[in-house]
Design a protein around this ligand. Structure first.
Ligand code: CA
Length: 442
């Protein structure tokens, strides 16, 4: 369990002025990691930390201003083009690096002039995936999402009997995960419209987003050795935003009996910034289970889970259509929910994933599953917001939507705020929908 320390002090300011704006995502209390280079330079990608509107280039910092002890060991793997090296070092190293980065970036720090030479303005950088993702698992942790979607398919039994006993998941595809900014081509697939005698191959007519939280595994476990729930968060490096793009018509026709496949594996978008569990320490909440529901089996229950297993992370979805972009009106917010409402926690996902001895590895990614809140306006997908496509909704500029149109840009955002602490943000995970290949002829 991460505890509060001086790096969370809300009074802490940075000598990087843009980090001190109250509405910014990246104050000195955040310090999220990404993999970046200056746009269009062909430079090697390397690890960086966000501070205000700058990126602190950790490869450059190692040369300009070596840190102390364990932090220097952590810094030395940050010239790599992925965070896997840092993730593999483990919690003590992550903590030591955070302490030192906080120290050199705070107002009044010695040698700020030297460290300043390692800053790169964020508008001038491009990002790579934060990690080499060996395996990607997508969970289904929001009971509000599972119930709303289940009701569309099985009105009498929206939730299947296993839902309240284990964090349900499937193994996803890592190769098509991209970082924010990557365009998403409307996929072709087998569709079988209601009443049709046979399926056809065509571009999806029901392209959707899913608002999810990504969980990056730090240290792994040897095959055959489960991770106990009390140690589960020690293995987690941090969180990001994740959009699990979904072709609902492809999914509906293919998903039985083995689950999601081509309706999901064409694209997944993550935010470039990974917010560490250290940074999230002020925003943890007790996890609880309604008394009327089954309480978790012992391997999915624990003291730390009950005291601080949930994360108070507000999530929003924004849509910018081609017309909004042309008219410069800006994106429109579609929904808002909170990760605190998740039925299953991060630690429960880790403990359940490894309970059979499955080995997790540094850089593995979990999706939380679509996060939807208890209110219908808090839905994390269009499938829910439009009742399966039956209820189109209007946008402020007069357009309507059921599912995504070509040219639509979907933006996910996340922010943590609590009285007495500096609010922190996740940046964004954004992607624009491109028309299907071949003028729609699959
Ligand atoms: Ca999903």
């Amino acid at each position: 369990m991460r505890t509060l320390d001086s790096t969370h002090d809300p009074a802490l300011k940075s000598w990087v002025d843009s980090a001190n704006r109250p509405d910014g995502d990246f104050p000195i209390q955040n310090l999220p990691f990404a993999v970046f280079r200056r746009t269009g330079t062909g430079e090697p990608f390397r690890c960086g930390v966000a501070i205000g509107e700058q990126v602190l280039d950790l490869a450059a910092l190692a040369a300009l201003h070596p840190l102390e002890g364990r932090a220097q060991q952590a810094l030395s793997v940050c010239a790599q083009p992925a965070l896997n090296g840092l993730m593999a070092l483990g919690r003590e190293a992550w903590d030591a690096l955070r302490q030192e980065l906080s120290r050199v970036l705070r107002a009044g720090a010695q040698h700020a002039d030297r460290v300043a030479k390692a800053l790169v303005p964020q508008p001038g950088v491009e990002f790579a995936l934060p990690a080499r993702i060996g395996d990607y698992t997508d969970f289904y942790t929001s009971i509000h999402h599972a119930t709303a979607v289940g009701r569309q398919f099985r009105p009498d039994q929206p939730l299947l009997p296993n839902y309240k006993w284990m964090p349900i998941a499937y193994h996803g595809r890592a190769s098509s995960i991209g970082v924010s900014g990557q365009p998403v081509r409307r996929p072709c697939g087998q569709l079988k419209p209601q009443g049709a005698a046979q399926p056809k191959l065509a571009p999806t007519e029901r392209l959707d987003y899913e608002l999810e939280v990504g969980v990056f595994i730090g240290t792994g476990n040897p095959a055959g050795e489960p991770i106990a729930i009390e140690q589960a968060e020690e293995h987690v490096f941090g969180l990001c935003l994740l959009n699990d793009w979904s072709a609902r018509d492809v999914q509906a026709w293919e998903y039985q009996p083995l689950g999601p496949f081509l309706g999901k594996n064409f694209a997944t978008t993550v935010s470039p910034w990974v917010v560490t569990l250290e940074a999230l320490a002020p925003f943890r909440l007790p996890w609880s289970r309604p008394h009327a529901d089954p309480q978790p089996l012992p391997y999915l229950d624990g003291r730390e889970l009950r005291s601080a297993g949930a994360v108070d992370l507000e999530l929003t979805v924004w849509l910018e259509t081609a017309r909004m972009r042309a008219q410069g009106t800006g994106a429109e917010q579609l929904s808002r929910c909170n990760f605190r409402d998740s039925y299953w926690s991060i630690a429960q996902m880790v403990a359940h994933h490894s309970v059979n001895g499955c080995n997790l590895q540094p850089g593995d990614l979990f999706g939380s599953g679509t996060q939807s809140g208890p209110q219908s306006s808090e839905a994390g997908s269009l499938l829910e917001l439009t009742a399966g496509g039956r209820q189109p909704f209007g946008l402020a500029d007069g357009e309507t939507r059921t599912f995504l149109a070509d040219g639509d840009r979907v933006i996910l955002k996340g922010r943590c705020a609590r009285l007495g602490f500096a609010p922190i943000g996740f940046g964004e995970a954004a992607g624009i929908v491109l028309p299907a290949n071949g003028a729609g002829r699959c």
